[in-house]
Write a protein that binds this ligand. Structure first.
Ligand SMILES: NC(=O)c1ccc[n+]([C@@H]2O[C@H](COP(=O)([O-])OP(=O)(O)OC[C@H]3O[C@@H](n4cnc5c(N)ncnc54)[C@H](OP(=O)(O)O)[C@@H]3O)[C@@H](O)[C@H]2O)c1
Length: 328
């Protein structure tokens, strides 16, 4: 296959607001040992991309400086040492960066087949949220059937995915969101109770039901002590972001007296091996959920690559429900 030398991309010449995302021509990346080159059809947009754009989330060493953590398309070249994929295979993949471009390289073990029943557009929205949700909710948080699970930001890309996977695991799902319309969407995805946090107190509601066995939180700040109050005996809190700040005063006696666990993680800086392990878990546990119709990405909107700034403005308005995609 003959490949071009250059490609269309969106880069960040200087950190800033959405307008910092600028169309550019960039050289095609070359797959190294263990990597594949994908001609992207679609790329998912995620909050961490906005953090990178603002200069607050640097790519790990060796990763593309272009934004973009996930995408879908076809394999067009293979580096040495790759046996699973062939040129022409349709894949969706977690990317170390570089998704806002026509071509991207990634570790071959971080790519997955397009799940049965989905097209490339929906598949592009899966990797970043599924890797994050499964590794934190199921693996780190240990969510089990019959447990009470609370996820904040239920209408976010992460939230819409967590609600569906938790239901598929047999949990009772509580979620918070900032409007009646967002709560409606969360109920439509299978949440048992959607709490409009502008009008209701999630601590009271969840405690009245016995407390949460597991909370997946991206809000942080004042939510930290409130999450601790909302947890059941031996409950677990998994922190995946701090939309309102990471520092807070907390009474750890509550943690001790109710034998709580507070943990968290961030995906991007983890090792290739850890991400390969998550990919294998997704293929075993989550891809069958998609095949039987229990999980489907909820897509809010689509923009052409060159309009990535508009996509970020929409994401930062927080008016969206579900995922935003870029069409290459
Ligand atoms: N740890 C990791 O590895 C990892 C990986 C991916 C993403 N993340 C994090 O997970 C979060 C969600 O990512 P995403 O891409 O799904 O983002 P997203 O779709 O943009 O969702 C963020 C949502 O958070 C809600 N929100 C904002 N401020 C809030 C507040 N003060 N209280 C309650 N909810 C609030 C908003 O909905 P409302 O209108 O309901 O407020 C918004 O829709 C981000 O913070 C991201 O950085 C972490």
């Amino acid at each position: 296959m003959t490949l071009p030398i250059d490609m269309r991309a969106v880069h960040i010449p200087e950190p800033g607001g959405p307008e910092a995302l600028r169309p550019a021509t960039q050289p095609l990346p070359v797959p190294l040992h263990g990597q594949i080159l994908i001609k992207l059809a679609y790329a998912g947009v995620n909050r961490p991309d906005a953090l990178q754009r603002a200069g607050a989330y640097a790519p790990p060493p060796g990763a593309s400086p272009l934004p973009g953590l996930e995408g879908s398309g076809h394999v067009v070249a293979i580096g040495p040492g790759v046996s699973r994929w062939s040129v022409g295979d349709a894949v969706c993949a977690l990317l170390p960066g570089g998704g806002y471009a026509e071509y991207a390289v990634t570790n071959a073990a971080h790519a997955l087949p397009i799940p049965e029943g989905l097209g490339l557009r929906e598949a592009a929205c899966l990797p970043e949220t599924c890797f994050t949700v499964w590794s934190n909710m199921a693996m780190r948080g240990g969510l089990k059937a019959g447990e009470r699970f609370l996820v904040h930001g239920g209408s976010s890309g992460i939230g819409t995915t967590a609600i569906q996977i938790a239901k598929a695991l047999g949990a009772r799902v509580f979620t918070t969101a900032g409007s009646a319309g967002k709560c409606e969407a969360c109920l439509g995805l299978g949440a048992d109770r959607a709490i409009n946090y502008r009008e209701e107190d999630f601590v009271e509601i969840v405690k009245a039901e016995g407390g949460a066995d597991l909370i997946l939180d991206m809000v942080g700040g004042s939510y930290l002590p409130r999450n601790v109050k909302a947890l059941a005996m031996e409950g677990r809190l998994v922190q995946i972001a701090f939309l309102t700040g990471p520092k807070v005063e907390l009474n750890f006696a509550e943690v001790m007296m109710r034998r709580l666990t507070i943990t968290g993680s961030t995906l991007r800086p983890q090792s290739d091996l850890a991400k390969a392990r998550y990919a294998a878990e997704l293929e075993t546990h989550v891809w069958p959920m998609i095949a039987r119709g229990a999980l489907r990405p909820l897509i809010d909107s689509e923009y052409p690559l060159e309009d990535a700034a508009k996509a970020h403005a929409r994401m930062e308005s927080s008016d969206h429900i579900g995922k935003i995609v870029l069409k290459l």
